[in-house]
Each structure stands twice: as C-alpha cells, then as structure tokens.
Ligand binder design. Structure first.
Ligand code: FAD
Length: 471
C-alpha cells in the first residue's frame, strides 16, 4: 500500500471541500510548510489547507485515507526535530486559523480550546483571571503542536509537561471518524487513558481538533536567583542538592559560560561569564519566599557557588528569562551559515552531573562547537551543536557527539528526547530506547492509522517498511 502525492483530479476534489482562501498550492506557502526550526532538510507538501471546522478536518482525512494521501498536522512549525515536515508530501493541515478559545471555566480551572490557539495568547487572556497555562516551550507554539510533541519548558520542573494538563481531547482519526476521549473531572480511573496516548504522538495517531486543558493559579509571589559556579559539574551537583531538599523550584536552568557570553553581548545582562543557574521560586507570601531563598543560598554555598544574586524585581527577572528563551535564536544569529543539531536527552537526577561532564568530553574529543543550556531541574540536557552547513566532516563529528550522548543517556536509564519529540532525528534511537515495546507501539499505530497516512516517516525507525513489519 503505497502513499501517493495529490494528482490533478484529487486536487480538484479537495478544492471543492475547502473555500479558496483557505487552500493553497502557491510556492511560497509550500516552502513555508516544508521546514521547521531544525536542521533537517525541507520537504514540500502538495497542498496546504487551513481548516476552521472539525467537519472539514474529518472530510479531508476521509478523502486522504481512501486515496492513500499523506496528511501532516501543522501548528506553528517551531519543532526542533523535523516533527511537522511533510517528508512524503501530500496534504498539510495548518491549524493556525482554527484558533478560538471556546470557553474558560474559571471555577473549574479549565479551558476548552481549538488546536491553533497560541499558548502565550491564552495566558494573556487568563492574566486578569489569576490563572495560567504553565507549559512554556518559549517559541510561539500552538496548543495542537504542544500536544503533538508533549512540549515542556522552564517551569516543567514544578508544574509538569503538556501531558499533565490535557484532560479531554476531540480527535479526528485517519478514517475521518471523530472521537471524544477523557473527562472534565480532575481524576479518573475509567478505561484506557487514550488522552495520554495521543499526547506526544506527533500527529501520527489522529489530529487534535479540540482540547480541554487544566489551568493553574498564578502564584502571589515570585523570587529569582542567578548563581555562578566554578564548573558545570559543580552546578549540576547543586541542582541535585536543591531537588533533594524538597525546595520545589519553579525553574532551574543551567547555562554554560558560552551561553552567558552570548546573552551578555546581545542583551547587555552584565553577568559573570561562568557556569550559571537561573532559578525561580513561587510562593504564597514574600516572607515564605525569603525563607526559601535563604535555604537555597545555603545549599549553593555548600556546593561551592562563586556568586549568588537574588532579590530581582519582576522586570529584571522577566528580562533574564526572556534572554534564556531566546538563546536558540542567538546561537543561530551568531553562527551565520551554520546549522544546529539540538541534543535533548533527559536522565535521572543522579546521572545529571556525569552526563554534563561526558558531553563536554565528547565535544572536546570531536572538536565540535556546542552550547549547553538545560532544563536542569528536569535532568533535561540541551546541547546545541553547531556546524557549517557544507562541512560534511564536521557534521559527521557532530552526529558522533550526539549519538554517544544519547547512548550515555539511555545507559543511565534516560531518554533520547526529553521534550522535542522523535520527529525525524530521534527515530534511530527508538529501538534502543524501547526494545520490544516498540513493536506494540507499531501495532497501536496500525490500529489507528491502518494505511499509514498520518505524518508518515516519523516516530518509527523503519517507517517505509512499517506496514510489512507490523502485519
Ligand atoms: C526558540 C525555540 C525554543 C523552544 N523551546 C522549547 C522548550 O523549551 N520546550 C519544548 O518542549 N519545546 C521547545 N521548542 C520546540 C517547539 O516550540 C515545541 O515542540 C512546540 O510544542 C511546537 O509547537 P508548534 O505549534 O510549533 O507545532 P509544530 O511544530 O507545527 O508541530 C509539532 C508536532 O505536532 C503535530 N501537530 C500539529 N498540530 C497538530 C494537531 N492539531 N493535532 C495533532 N498533531 C498536531 C505536528 O504534525 C508535529 O508532529 C522550542 C522551539 C524553538 C524554535
């Protein structure tokens, strides 16, 4: 059963389903939907459709399934692993115009959303209600894309990832069938948890057309600290001690001196160019927060910090974290003509300091330029490895560093991807990470999408042989 690109007759049939202003085969539109924010090569779809109704999504899926045409969901295209790149062409369903906040139920701490809602826009609407949606991947991501990738962010260490906030989903399946799954209750023991299965499935099992998400109360008080260390290893050990102390940081981000140098240059932060932790704590009162920061300082001093700066106002704290969020873009700006491979391993807390030391060593051995900045509180290590696009030998060395880092993470009981998803780049590690259970994942895929039309070429290592392998 081979997937096919859209032929002229099929294009006409699709055109009849969707108004002209939400249907495009124009070059610039196809190019825009051919790449995400990763180094993976672009691949154009045949057509881009912007649905605004669930029924339109279902009709397109039904037609595509009957005609074996690939369909890939698209949010904002900010993925870091090629997740929304339509590697087999076909149809891209861009959800950016299906972006209504349908209902906010303040008293239930819930919101009903269409998939194209941008999470920052949701938080802007929630600001005056004293509520927020905590997962914060930084880029202007959509709820559908965040659900697709199970996105996380700087606050995940305290609040959890997207998966922890999805209560209910309306999914359009490959056949065009619409199902609702989950509950508005805050807990349930009823049946298989399909919501958790769909979250993180990268649009390979179905497409989100509506979601009910949980919201959190905005904390009364915020406290931030910037702490420097003589080595990354010492900073890593401090992360471990803070976690062990039960202090419950709301952000615990690690940056190497190279990152701090970039941030100083671009944002004029004037920070000491040393391994640095950005921390944030949330609390009900300034008194309680002051106590917390006092204990944090003691731990930092005990683990050998060289500088401890707390007591930032809200504006300064926002400036620091905004700079942290923009690091990925700063790295690209400062390396014109280069591509970036982002290592995204996550490991148990005890393995974290050794993981940092190992990746530094690998970079040194391979002569590879890299920037370490991490959601350290989650044991999630990001290393942005930089190489000139045309330097084949350089890219071979970059891949060696990345592969060895993933192998080390898996050996310590960790994962190849903490938050960016499998996409294209992490497929090769799936067998090593999941062993026999990968075969069961394939069976699930076949059950939901027997013709393999949904985001083909992703998630599984041998996607092209996928149907033979699973039948
Ligand atoms: C500067 C920068 C910083 C980032 N920082 C972080 C970070 O801290 N943490 C983090 O987790 N990520 C981070 N990311 C990665 C990215 O922003 C997130 O993965 C985000 O969730 C992607 O959302 P999107 O709307 O761009 O989705 P897209 O990239 O468009 O799509 C993501 C996946 O979801 C699928 N999809 C899209 N819409 C739907 C739908 N309606 N139903 C089902 N599947 C769908 C796509 O097919 C694709 O597989 C960062 C990216 C950038 C550029």
């Amino acid at each position: 059963m081979t997937l096919r690109s859209v032929d002229a007759k099929q294009m006409e049939s699709l055109r009849k389903m969707i108004p002209e202003d939400r249907f495009s085969t124009g070059d610039s539109v196809l190019n825009l939907h051919s790449r995400d924010q990763s180094f993976h090569p672009p691949s154009r779809p045949d057509v881009v459709i912007w649905p605004i109704l669930k029924e339109e999504v279902c009709a397109v899926l039904k037609y595509a399934d009957e005609n074996r045409i690939p369909v890939t969901g698209w949010g904002s295209g900010t993925s870091m692993e090629g997740n929304p790149i339509p590697v087999k062409g076909g149809i891209v369903l861009d959800f950016s115009r299906m972006n209504r906040i349908l209902q906010i139920r303040e008293q239930d701490f819930q919101a009903d959303l269409e998939p194209g809602v941008i999470y920052q826009d949701l938080n802007e609407r929630l600001r005056h209600k004293g509520l927020f949606f905590p997962p914060d991947p930084g880029a202007r991501a959509t709820i559908g894309g965040m659900i697709g990738n199970n996105a996380s962010g700087t606050r995940t260490v305290k609040y959890g990832s997207t998966r922890d906030y999805v209560l209910r989903l309306t999914m359009a399946l490959a056949s065009g069938e619409l199902i609702e799954t989950g509950t508005r209750a805050s807990k349930t023991s009823s049946g298989y948890d399909l919501v958790r299965l769909f979250v993180g499935s990268e649009g390979t099992l179905g497409l989100v057309v509506e979601a009910t998400v949980r919201l959190a109360g905005v904390p009364s008080e915020y406290g931030a600290a910037v702490v420097t260390f003589p080595s990354l290893n010492a900073a890593g050990k401090c992360v471990f001690e803070i976690k062990r102390s039960g202090l419950d940081p709301a952000a615990l981000e690690l940056m190497d001196p190279e990152c701090i140098g970039l941030m100083n240059r671009e944002k004029g932060l004037g920070l000491s160019v040393l391994p640095t932790l950005f921390m944030e704590y949330h609390g009900p009162s300034s008194h309680q927060l002051a106590e917390t920061i006092k204990v944090v300082k003691e731990i930092c001093v005990d683990t050998g910090c060289t500088g401890f700066n707390a007591g930032f106002g809200r504006g300064e704290r926002d400036r620091l974290f905004r700079a942290r969020h923009e690091l990925g873009e700063m790295i690209l700006r400062n390396h014109p003509g280069c591509g970036v491979l982002v290592v995204d391993v996550a490991v148990p807390a005890t393995a974290y300091p050794d993981m940092i030391a190992a990746v530094k060593e690998e970079m040194k051995k391979g002569g590879v330029t890299g920037y370490i900045f991490s959601h350290a509180g989650d044991g999630n290590l990001h290393v942005n490895l930089v190489g000139k696009r045309e330097d084949q030998d350089g890219w071979r060395r970059i891949h060696t560093v990345a592969d060895r880092t993933v192998a080390g993470a898996l050996a310590s009981g960790g994962t190849a991807t903490g938050e960016h998803g499998v996409g294209i780049g992490k497929r090769k590690f799936m067998e090593a990470e999941h062993g026999k259970s990968l075969r069961w994942m394939k069976k699930i895929k076949t059950l939901f999408d027997p013709n393999g039309i949904l985001n083909p070429g992703k998630m599984f290592p041998y996607n092209d042989d996928f149907l033979q392998l699973t039948r």
